[in-house]
Write a protein that binds this ligand. Structure first.
Ligand code: TRH
Length: 378
């Protein structure tokens, strides 16, 4: 049974990051022929350099990738159609779906949230007002009665092997032009949006008593950071130093290499949706910057996740985590928060491992999707 997944890139890389990961897993682990429709191939190329933005059709890792243009190229809808992350299917495609002998399973794959209402909406039908089609909400989430998280079967074993192998870590870092980590040095990846708290954090790292090496992929935080270092022409490959802080600007890595970067670091700053989930799967301490929504809904998302993540944590550690993540998201001064965070990293690492083990015990999103569609299509 063929599946069509539609991805419209609103901005950045999360929309394509999430849909690509799912498409690849469905093909790889479930042998499903997947057709991924993407309206912004250059964005895709950032996380998978093999993508050729000029091609209307191409294949990668067993997935057929189609350039989603207007009008949509001719194609018969598959048995499952997923409109991902608030995109809207082209009307002509919906008409083709309705013209099929049996209606496809049509799913609205939503953004991830830890909020309570998610489980209540998961699986709800939304009948088309005119056509004999029903769309269902499919909600990723942390609860057992949600759609779950996209997690490959290989994840735990590959990650654990990598994290247990110091030589693999060193080789990976060397490949990025980075030196062998020294004893006592802290390795931190920093993937964030613009953030007014950045200068205070950089200041705390520079003034700390211990070496901190920051790995910064090129992107939205770069101008603010360059300004703090008094640099005017930031580019991948640059290395800037101040006090105990050394900062390396990395090129955008392909998605699998970015996973490894998260596995390799002692602490990861992540953002949006996909890097956030992958940092949880890295089983290392993390700090999340939410994707800002105009109505402030991102703060509710932050609090809902914190409530879950801090459950069972030692009270002081939970308080520190909440204070720190709130400061990062409300973009307030963080200088005084760094020393306690640094001290708490071993305890936070243990918590991150336990959290990951909890997540690994849930059924993954691709399997949940498959089970849902089988029921609907039978
Ligand atoms: O890029 P993001 O901010 O993406 C989004 C979008 O803005 C989207 O519209 C919004 O709705 C969503 O966030 C919540 O952050 P995210 O989700 O972490 O996606 C980044 C992707 O880029 C992820 O798949 C990891 C990948 N990536 C690489 O492949 N290489 C890299 O070097 C880095 C830094 C990231």
């Amino acid at each position: 049974m063929t599946w069509d997944i539609f991805c419209s890139v609103i901005d950045n890389f999360g929309d394509i990051g999430v849909t690509w990961r799912l498409a690849r897993q469905l093909s790889d682990e479930h042998a499903i022929p997947v057709r991924l429709w993407v309206d912004d191939l250059p964005a895709f190329q950032h996380i998978r350099p093999e993508i050729d933005p000029a091609l209307p059709t191409q294949h990668l890792a067993g997935v057929e990738i189609r350039h989603w243009t207007t009008p949509l190229p001719a194609a018969d809808p598959g048995e499952v159609v997923i409109e991902a992350l608030a995109c809207h299917l082209p009307e002509e495609f919906i008409a083709r779906m309705a013209a099929r002998q049996s209606a496809p399973a049509w799913l609205n794959l939503e953004y991830l949230s830890a909020e309570d209402w998610v489980a209540g909406v998961h699986g709800l039908p939304s009948p088309h007002p005119r056509l004999p089609l029903t769309k269902h909400f499919f909600m990723p989430g942390y609860a057992a009665n949600s759609g779950g998280l996209t997690r490959e079967r290989w994840l735990t074993s590959r990650r654990d092997a990598f994290q247990a192998d110091a030589a693999a870590r060193t080789a990976f870092l060397a490949n990025l032009g980075l030196p062998v980590p020294q004893a006592g040095e802290l390795l931190v990846s920093l993937f964030s949006y613009e953030n007014q708290a950045l200068p205070s954090l950089l200041q705390a790292w520079a003034a700390g008593g211990e070496a901190v090496r920051i790995l910064l992929p090129v992107g939205r935080a770069l101008p603010e950071i360059a300004a703090w270092f008094g640099q005017t022409a930031p580019a991948a490959g640059a290395v800037w130093r101040r006090g105990a802080l050394t900062l390396h600007i990395l090129p955008m890595l392909d998605q699998d290499a970015y996973d490894r970067l998260l596995w390799a670091c002692d602490l990861n700053f992540v953002r949006g949706e996909d890097s956030f989930v992958r940092a949880q799967f890295a089983a290392r301490p993390l700090v999340w910057q939410t994707y800002v929504q105009d109505d402030g809904a991102h703060f509710a998302k932050l609090e809902a996740f914190l409530a879950l993540y801090c459950t069972g944590m030692d009270a002081q550690l939970a308080e520190l985590t909440r204070t720190l993540w709130r400061a990062w998201n409300h973009e307030t001064e963080m200088t005084t928060l760094w020393p306690p965070l640094r001290k708490a990293l071993p305890a936070l690492s243990a918590h991150a491992r336990a959290w990951d083990a909890q997540l690994a015990a849930h059924t993954d999103l691709a399997t949940n999707l498959l089970n849902f569609c089988r029921k609907w299509l039978k």
